[in-house]
Design a protein around this ligand. Structure first.
Ligand code: V47
Length: 353
């Protein structure tokens, strides 16, 4: 059986076979990924109505790819007060936004309670608003800074109202590439361990992969395989989110940029390899809206959400500073031949648009 026949027959492929899929013609690969996508989701494309809040950009870590944290290239430091954050939350709830996605830099000046108290305040005032907060990189930072074990901090997150964890901070799991792009940050093993422990608490999370910088194809496949292994054990990942590297205002100095062709191949391969992860997210923020729409035919079944405001990727050049208009978004999904389905944060269907 060749690889395509194995995929069609629903058999799992190994890392060598996954790597070999990059040699396939783009459309042949797209057809295989689309087959898997249709088996799981038909023609539905999911999104949610969400708001990102990035409360502080002061960071003790130095990731070469990051343009968000305050640095020589971005000297404008900020830390939002709880009142600032709550006034955003009050406003979004009035407009029926269902999820708040809170991710910060690793700020050693705020204290642990600053993080926990804001989750508690949001959850107490709005028990039905889904709080997606703290990447595994932040969890690791907070544990080191304030002498907590992962178990202790994850329990505090649950107690204070965090519903799910976002997938940030995964970057690329390969240790050599990771050392080069984000030395000193949470290790791959630690990142996976934190998500494993979170899943063991009956909670869900996402997982990202930052690609299109200095990593090679085999590093991406290795990344996907490590995700697949953990997912076999816990089943706790809702979505895989390949994040396309944005090149502005950072220190990575990438000279050769990734093509749309390679992005689509990577999305398609992720749909095929991650046979145990239900959702592949084409994150329009880093891929552009138009490529995200095309990616729906290459395995992706989720387009994230309307976002409203986003500071991490937009600092590096992504066109997401002001989110996307809901009516426009829905029309674009329809016009590209898919059914826009509004979902909640854990993929329950809320409304077919
Ligand atoms: O972890 C930082 C990435 C991530 C750049 O879980 C960059 O639903 C591209 O994780 N180019 C944060 N990417 C965003 C994130 C996320 C986004 C949307 C949904 C979810 C989810 C999670 O942004 C960081 C890092 O990997 N990032 N700098 C850059 N120059």
């Amino acid at each position: 059986m060749n690889i395509a026949e194995k995929v069609r027959a629903g058999e799992r492929i190994d890392s060598n076979e996954a790597l070999a899929l990059y040699e396939y013609d783009l459309f042949e690969l797209g057809e295989l990924a689309d087959l898997k996508r249709k088996q799981l989701h038909g023609n539905k494309s999911y999104f949610n109505i969400n708001r990102h809040i990035n409360p502080t950009n002061i960071c003790k870590d130095i990731c070469k790819f990051c343009a968000y944290s305050a640095s020589r290239k971005n000297p404008n430091q900020y830390t939002m007060s709880h009142d600032d954050i709550m006034s955003i939350v009050d406003d979004i709830v009035k407009r029926d936004i269902k999820e708040v996605h809170i991710v910060s830099a690793h700020n050693p000046q705020t204290g642990l309670q600053w993080y926990l108290d804001i989750f508690k305040k949001i959850k107490t005032r709005y028990p039905n608003l889904h709080v997606k907060a703290l990447t595994a990189a932040e969890v690791h930072f907070l544990c080191e800074e304030y002498g907590k074990s992962y178990d202790e901090l994850l329990d505090l997150m649950v107690e204070n109202g965090v519903d799910s964890m976002p997938g940030g901070g995964a970057e690329i799991f390969d240790e050599t590439v990771r050392e080069y792009i984000c030395k000193g940050k949470v290790s791959s093993g630690q990142w996976l361990d934190i998500h494993k422990k979170w899943h063991e608490r009956g909670k869900m999370s996402n997982v990202t992969m930052l690609f299109g910088h200095v990593e090679k194809r085999h590093n991406r496949i290795d990344h996907m395989m490590r995700i697949r292994d953990l997912q076999d054990a816990t089943g706790g990942f809702n979505a895989f989110i390949p994040l396309v590297y944005q090149s502005e205002n950072n220190y990575l100095n990438v000279k050769e940029f990734i093509t749309a062709h390679e992005i689509l191949k990577t999305m398609a391969i992720s749909r095929i390899v991650l046979d145990n992860v239900a959702n592949i997210k084409a994150y329009w923020v880093t891929s552009t809206v138009n490529l995200a729409l095309v990616a729906q035919e290459f395995g992706a079944n989720d387009l994230d959400g309307t976002i409203e405001k986003e500071s991490i990727n937009s600092a590096a050049g992504a066109a997401s500073a002001h989110g996307v208009n809901l009516d426009e978004f829905v029309t674009l999904i329809k016009n590209s031949g898919f059914i826009p389905v509004e979902r909640d944060s854990v993929y329950n269907e809320l409304k077919i648009w």
